[in-house]
Design a protein around this ligand. Structure first.
Ligand code: ADP
Ligand code: TMP
Ligand code: ASP
Length: 336
């Protein structure tokens, strides 16, 4: 029988005191809600095919992740990071990781260039989000969001919120890196869910998981230096760390996002307005029309200064006054 490749994230099955050694980090579970993440000096590329150990890499990635997560937390993005234990180790929230990588691209590079036959370095009109299955065995295939939801890899809500956070993280990081003379070409994010179902940005955010070019050039300050043998990778990471340290007080302009609140009559509730629309359209010749139902959209534009707090307003049922819960349903759609 053919072996079914697994898309289980290995850390999702760890019990207390158990350890998982991945390609770049070691995870040790402390209890139901806490784990330790130790950043290693190991570097891998092409699904672990190319390997090296570079002294100081773990330290640099831990520091860079810490700076970027602290910056994002300040902007209201929830991250798994709790505290730094030592130079290469963090305590973080133990999460059920989604087996999906969220990749945002601002310029064409890497697999995007290969997949679509593009030239490298094309600025995309709008940032692009791509989802990949987190599986070395399957070589991290691209997956359509509807398929990821259908196969149960992520729920619709996890996808919608992950998408919103990913675009907002991009807006915040673009500004920060621009401030230190680097262009954020693309990056990968991972998310996990805690015991209460809350979504957090997890894993790491470092030059291992993003592409950074010196502004106006294609000179890499990320893992491409190692992937493509373009010089001393540690020097590139040190450069990023050094300049990020200098930008600790950087204040970004907050991006805006929209929430569309779709309000519909529940199934089975008689819709008088819908009946009028149906009659009118049928009279116009749309005899194939089976049913018309009329709802309402409330469009909200929100300044992303405290995203978590903004979203809490909607998740705690306090917006029920906007609908009549006896006869109406509401659905939230994010738009960045
Ligand atoms: P890989 O598993 O691809 O070799 P790493 O060496 O970076 O990668 O291992 C880190 C593992 O820990 C990844 O599988 C990642 O999804 C997982 N992970 C990251 N943060 C958390 C968290 N807060 N809770 C549970 N698992 C996590
Ligand atoms: P890609 O161009 O190879 O698809 O990569 C897009 C971005 O995602 C790039 O910044 C590197 C990052 N990435 C990871 O962090 N881990 C991975 O396994 C892959 C494939 C990409
Ligand atoms: N993250 C993958 C690996 O470490 C792929 C890559 O970065 O090229 O092998």
């Amino acid at each position: 029988m053919q072996k079914t490749p697994s898309v289980q994230v290995p850390t999702n099955n760890l019990a207390k005191d158990e350890e998982y050694e991945g390609k770049a980090k070691i995870i040790r579970v402390l209890d139901d809600q806490n784990l330790l993440i130790k950043f290693k000096d190991d570097l891998t590329a092409f699904d672990g095919v190319k390997k090296a150990t570079k002294k100081g890499k773990g330290y640099l990635n831990a520091q860079i992740t810490k700076i970027l997560y602290a910056y994002l937390e300040k902007q209201g993005i929830p991250t798994h990071l709790i505290e730094q234990i030592n130079e290469t180790t963090f305590r973080a929230k133990k999460l059920r990781m989604l087996p999906i990588e969220f990749v945002i691209r601002n310029y064409s590079a890497g697999s995007f260039v290969r997949r679509y036959g593009l030239s490298k370095g094309m600025k995309l009109k709008k940032p692009v989000l791509e989802l990949f299955v987190k599986s070395d065995e399957l070589h991290d295939p691209l997956i359509d969001p509807s398929v990821a939801i259908e196969l149960g890899f992520i729920t619709r809500d996890e996808y919608e919120l992950g998408k919103l956070y990913s675009y907002l993280v991009n807006e915040f990081l673009l500004q920060l890196f621009d401030h230190i003379g680097l262009t954020l070409v693309d990056f990968k994010l991972e998310y996990g869910v805690d015991h209460e179902g809350k979504l957090y940005l997890a894993d790491e955010l470092s030059p291992d998981s993003m592409r950074l070019w010196k502004k106006g050039t294609q000179e890499s300050f990320d893992k491409d230096v190692f992937r493509e043998d373009k010089g001393e990778v540690i020097q590139a990471y040190e450069y990023v760390y050094k300049y990020l340290q200098k930008a600790k007080d950087f204040q970004p302009t907050s991006p805006r996002f929209r929430i569309h609140l779709l309000i519909r009559l529940k199934q089975g509730i008689v819709d008088a307005e819908g009946a009028v629309v149906k009659r009118a359209l049928t009279r116009l010749g749309l005899t194939q029309l089976n049913e018309a139902r009329v709802g309402k959209i409330i469009d909200l534009e929100i300044v992303a200064t405290n995203i978590e707090r903004s979203l809490e307003t909607f998740s705690t049922g306090r917006t029920e006054f906007l609908i009549n819960p006896l006869i109406e349903n509401s659905e939230i759609i994010f738009d960045v």
